[in-house]
Design a protein around this ligand. Structure first.
Ligand code: SF4
Length: 439
């Protein structure tokens, strides 16, 4: 699907490396917390990175506003960062640990005059029991203890929609390691009803700060996917829409159908159905990329049906198959359906990535005669099919996020720690004052 359904995912780097949690594992490099949060740096670097992503990867893409903790940025700087990303055609998603107040959210979403800045805010929140520092529960002992905070997070956005009319799209992320592996099914079964639109799981990799590393899960992702399926109470087909390498990514598009105790997860597509495969192929050849803002997606769909009316038949056949999977027409008629996507993303260990990247930088590709061991070959293949890119502006190219974190982050953050010293005054307020004067 990479390059057909979407150009893949993008993310920022080095724009606000600092975080106020002490997670284990932590993917940030040693110096990340020595870099001052500085709105002017954030916004100008984002502009550089987005400009390059737009030039190299196309006019529209989903892009993660990611680095350290995004809500350490003053709300005005955070809002400006989102505006700049949108200016460059990106659909931004802010990555947070979720430990911030409703007042911050309002200041981000609404202007001082009380007008909504955005029609919709996209957030990815990371919740797992090995994140230390949450103000009300600094060291949780189980995943279940975090449910209340997961729920409160969604409720905060519901309140924002009620009071200010700003809609939301929320993704829930967790890092999985041996200690919480056995709790994954319970987490999925509980939080699938909370109102998140995407549940994403990342098996821990050996990345970032050495002293905070933990052992990885040591499997190919099958065992974790089975746990997720167990919690969802359904088989989660992932082979019809493969983004990049199967060893990196799995995605299953589903719906939660029904309400209360009868609510259940129903896959939108089944990878064992020849009809669904044909429908996917038709959609890919006729519809193409879905990396568009929601309003444009609807418009594009309507235009397709007008130009190719026969697609209605394929849509109707797919709807009939989905209906038979649901098993209850009443829930659909009462519109008790909510989309929910399941994702697994397996980052790679830093040592493996460094070795593979050095090989690739020295000209290794599939035509090379050089014999490399199976592990190294796997890493090279996965990097070459990477679906998550970050802009290396000075090099004029986009690199896999694994490479950014394993190879470039440590030196980048060292340089940033010198340039943006903690304790020196942040440049954001002066920057915005100047901007205001210029109108
Ligand atoms: S190479 Fe790394 S960043 Fe790219 S898709 Fe695979 S795991 Fe993700």
């Amino acid at each position: 699907m990479l390059g057909r359904m979407s150009p893949g995912c993008e993310g920022t780097h080095g724009v606000f490396p600092k975080c106020n949690f002490a997670c284990k594992p932590c993917y940030h490099s040693e110096d990340a917390n020595h870099v001052r949060v500085d709105g002017m740096h954030t916004v100008t670097q984002i502009a550089r990175q987005m400009h390059m992503l737009q030039k190299q990867r196309g006019p529209v893409a989903h892009c993660q506003l990611i680095g350290g903790e995004v809500t350490l940025l003053p709300a005005a700087d955070h809002a400006r960062a989102l505006e700049v990303m949108r200016f460059y055609g990106r659909i931004p998603m802010s990555f947070t640990h979720g430990d911030f107040s409703y007042e911050y959210l309002v200041a981000l979403a609404v202007t001082p005059e009380g007008k909504p800045r955005f029609r919709r805010l996209d957030f990815a929140v990371h919740f797992d029991m090995y994140m230390y520092g949450r103000s009300e529960i600094p060291r949780p002992e189980s995943e279940a203890q975090l449910h209340e905070y997961r729920k409160r997070f969604v409720d905060m956005f519901r309140r924002l929609r009620r009071e200010h009319g700003v809609r939301f799209y929320l993704a829930h992320n967790m890092t999985v390691q041996q200690g919480n592996f056995g709790q994954i099914a319970d987490v999925v079964s509980e939080i699938q009803h909370y109102g998140f639109r995407l549940l994403s799981f990342q098996p821990a990799a050996l990345q970032g700060v050495e002293r905070r590393r933990v052992q990885g899960l040591g499997n190919d992702g099958d065992a974790l996917w089975r746990e997720i399926e167990h919690g969802a109470g359904a088989r989660l087909p992932h082979r019809l829409f493969q983004m990049g390498d199967t060893r990196c990514n799995r995605v299953s598009f589903c719906a939660v159908v029904g309400a209360g105790a009868s609510a259940r997860v129903v896959p939108l597509f089944d990878d064992r159905s020849a009809g669904d495969a044909r429908f996917r192929d038709a959609m890919m050849s006729q519809f193409g990329s879905i990396a568009l803002p929601p309003a444009l997606l609807w418009l594009k769909g309507a235009r397709l049906l007008l130009r190719r009316p026969w697609m209605v038949v394929l849509v109707a056949l797919w709807a009939a198959r989905f209906l038979s999977r649901c098993g209850n027409l009443l829930d659909l008629l009462l519109w008790r359906v909510r989309l929910l996507t399941f994702v697994m993303h397996r980052f790679m260990d830093a040592d493996d990535v460094r070795a593979a990247w050095s090989l690739m930088e020295n000209g290794y590709d599939e035509t090379s005669k050089k014999v490399v061991d199976a592990g190294l070959l796997e890493t090279v293949e996965r990097l070459r099919a990477c679906s998550y890119g970050m802009a290396q502006v000075d090099q004029g190219r986009v690199v896999p996020a694994c490479v950014q974190h394993s190879v470039y982050d440590p030196d980048e953050n060292k340089a940033l720690a010198r340039e943006l010293r903690i304790g020196e005054k942040a440049r954001s307020s002066a920057f915005w004052k100047l901007e205001k004067r210029r109108g």
